[in-house]
Design a protein around this ligand. Structure first.
Ligand code: BGC
Length: 677
């Protein structure tokens, strides 16, 4: 638990004596959705090539055949200062200040008691190719100041194993420099990414009137302050601005023209216009929060912070990328895309940014062929989406049980796309893209279910639900109900295609008999019930599990897999995260109020909340079902999850984007936003 952030209505600040603090580096992450960077400090004297974290959406490199990691790129957050030819000594607190309203990050500190440094940075939200930095140094006029500035090319990855408890220490450099050219005030470095052969260009330009620029043989420039001997007792202010344009060979929907004016102020003004418009749509309703929350001031900041980071981690113009479980803030889970985007984050973009929401759906459509290949590889029909995936739609999950059996993701994708179509009535998207995906996924399900000997029940064997502590089980309720929803949409899609687009209908070779088979399957999928109480339950084997005293298994909010092994957890009567009750938040109309409240009474006490998604889903369920006290309890827990490092993993893992999305969902239903349900 950390409580050292200063929360102001539009700012998150921290004062500390340390350059290095991985929690602060996560919290002070800043990006523009396409590029982002952890909150480390440009003048930090130590080189930390693994932690510096500059990420570009969709940029993955191979760490072993067909397995990728999210590339920690060479970074232009790299400045070293010499004061009278010697490195400076930190003599003040470092003040970190994240301005949520204008999306700019500032660091201020003093070296050698007299040299005051201010470093500002933002990622242009108007022209998402650019990262912009400005440095202001106030020093006694008789002191000589020299700066080395440029790109730190030592960045490397330290791939995090999928197995949550394993640590890795082996590093790998995934970007090799292939060319370097220097011009007057700029340099251009090109890099090749291992395995995926992507090419990244970083063009760095320095603007200054106060320093003389000298090039070196590396991706660095040497800046000598132009001293003013006449003013030897006064303070002189030196400044330089650093613009980095980052391009990749996989760029899409980006301008390729050079901006008219390259200046901090010019970029910043346009950036501010973007943020003003964003906050007009996305801001919270502070009056309601003041009325309803005891700690309203902190709630206001925390909620704004969640919204801010949802915006900063979505590459809204790019239909070929999704949002990793930790966004652009960390390489945890190898930067992969999960159901986190489709189920937990998409509602935010659906409500606030049609283009972003459409592109996130397009990302799935663009990977339909890869999903077909995956189904084929598993000896099945149709299309099956991977549990974890990166740039090419292939499966990236390396743990056999979760990767093979947590198959609800395929139905989750369909659920998400349907929500986009319902919200915007985008008939073109529906007929030309979505219908094919619905049909191919229905084909997959038909081949994946197994009819029993009566021929009346189709079981989902060898599956795992969102509750990853269920072992490998049969008929997970969440999955079964989402699959039925998928099948109903496919049946309707087939009939709509027959009417409106016979070309596609024929191309897909849809037959009446397969539509009948989907209908039959939809009816024959069982809903598991507890044999004693008759209540809806997680799956067919839940009642067999061993009862356990949860207070002993989980004395605090850290995940219990740190102290109890994963294998053992599979046999206890616990749930890792919201499962049945999550389903009831997504398709509430399928369940009676009584069924929903019964499920809450049955499963809320058994939940370990070992996933960061869980508190927020409980808050959402509680608010949707009028359980007000619990709604407030879970909402506060989830809202401050990263800000207070509740689960002790924010620094080590990055921001928990799906939790942030789900908190937004809960806030929306609680009426805490300008947008009302
Ligand atoms: C959760 C999954 C989630 C993944 C990435 C896991 O701990 O159980 O539901 O998709 O983290 O956020």
């Amino acid at each position: 638990m950390r409580k050292d952030l200063i929360l102001e209505p539009w700012h998150i600040k921290m004062r500390s004596n340390d350059w290095v603090d991985d929690y602060a580096e996560t919290i002070f992450f800043l990006g523009n959705g396409r590029i982002g960077c952890r909150g480390y400090i440009p003048f930090e004297p130590e080189n930390r090539p693994i932690q510096q974290g500059l990420f570009l959406a969709g940029t993955f490199g191979e760490i072993k055949p067909r397995i990728t990691d999210f590339v920690n790129l060479p970074t232009p957050v790299f400045d070293r200062i010499l004061i009278n030819n010697k490195p400076g000594r930190l003599t003040s607190e470092i003040v970190r200040d994240l301005d949520l309203e204008h999306s700019i990050l500032t660091f201020e500190f003093t070296l050698n008691d007299t040299i005051q440094i201010k470093a500002e940075r933002f990622f242009s939200s108007d022209d998402v190719r650019f990262m912009i930095q400005r440095f202001t140094i106030k020093a006694p006029s008789n002191v000589s100041i020299t700066i080395d500035t440029g790109i730190n090319e030592e960045s490397c990855n330290c791939p995090v194993p999928d197995d949550q408890v394993k640590e890795n220490t082996e590093t790998i450099n995934l970007s090799k420099r292939i060319s370097l050219t220097h011009h007057n005030d700029s340099l251009i470095a090109k890099y090749l990414i291992t395995g995926t052969h992507l090419k990244i260009t970083e063009q760095l330009t320095i603007h200054t009137n106060d320093f003389e620029i000298k090039h070196t043989n590396e991706a660095l420039m040497h800046l000598d302050a132009i001293m003013n001997p006449a003013a030897s007792n006064d303070i002189t202010t030196y400044s330089y601005e650093k613009f980095t344009q980052i391009n990749s060979s996989r760029d899409i929907n980006l301008s390729d023209s050079t901006p008219d004016v390259i200046s901090f102020q010019n970029f910043y003004n346009k950036h501010l216009d973007f943020w003003k418009e964003k906050w007009d749509i996305c801001d919270i309703d502070s009056n309601i929060i003041v009325k309803e929350f005891e700690n309203s001031a902190k709630t206001i900041t925390a909620l704004r912070y969640n919204i801010f980071q949802l915006i900063n981690n979505c590459s809204r113009l790019d239909p070929t990328v999704s949002i990793g479980a930790r966004g652009l803030t960390h390489t945890r889970y190898k930067g992969c895309y999960f159901w986190d985007t489709d189920i937990f984050m998409l509602p935010f973009y659906l409500a606030t940014d049609k283009e972003a929401a459409k592109n996130l759906c397009m990302y799935r459509i663009n990977n339909l062929d890869a999903a077909r290949d995956y189904a084929k590889k598993l000896n099945l029909s149709g299309a099956r989406f991977p549990w974890m995936t990166s740039f090419d739609g292939s499966e990236q999950c390396e743990t056999w049980d979760i990767g093979c059996s947590e198959i609800h993701i395929t139905a989750d994708v369909v659920y998400a796309i349907n929500n986009y179509i319902q919200k915007y009535n985008d008939q073109d998207f529906y007929i030309n893209h979505a219908t094919e995906l619905y049909i191919e996924t229905a084909r997959y399900w038909l081949s994946r279910y197994t009819y029993d000997s009566t021929g009346n029940t189709a079981n989902l064997l060898f599956c795992k639900g969102p509750d990853e502590y269920c072992g490998i089980t049969t008929n997970n309720l969440f999955t079964n109900v989402m699959v039925q929803h998928n099948l109903r949409l496919a049946i309707k899609a087939a009939s709509d295609l027959k009417q409106d687009n016979t070309k596609t209908y024929n191309r897909l070779g849809i037959s009446d008999s397969e539509i009948k088979a989907w209908s039959r399957l939809e009816k024959d999928i069982p809903w598991p019930r507890d044999p004693e109480s008759g209540h809806l339950t997680t799956d067919d084997t839940f009642h067999l599990l061993e009862k356990v005293d949860i207070s002993k298994l989980k004395p605090d909010d850290s995940a219990s897999y740190h102290t109890t092994c994963f294998d053992r957890l599979q046999r206890y009567k616990v749930v890792k995260q919201a499962d049945v009750i999550l389903l009831m938040t997504r398709l509430p109309e399928l369940f009676s109020k009584k069924e929903r409240l019964t499920a809450w009474n049955d499963f809320e006490p058994l939940c370990l909340h070992d996933s960061t998604l869980s508190f927020a889903s409980h808050a959402l369920f509680a608010v949707q079902n009028g359980i007000t006290d619990k709604a407030m309890y879970y909402f506060s827990k989830a809202l401050f999850l990263d800000i207070y490092d509740v689960m002790n993993n924010t620094g080590k893992e990055g921001l928990h984007m799906a939790g942030m999305g789900e908190i937004w969902n809960a806030a929306y239903f609680m009426g805490l936003l300008k947008l009302k349900p």
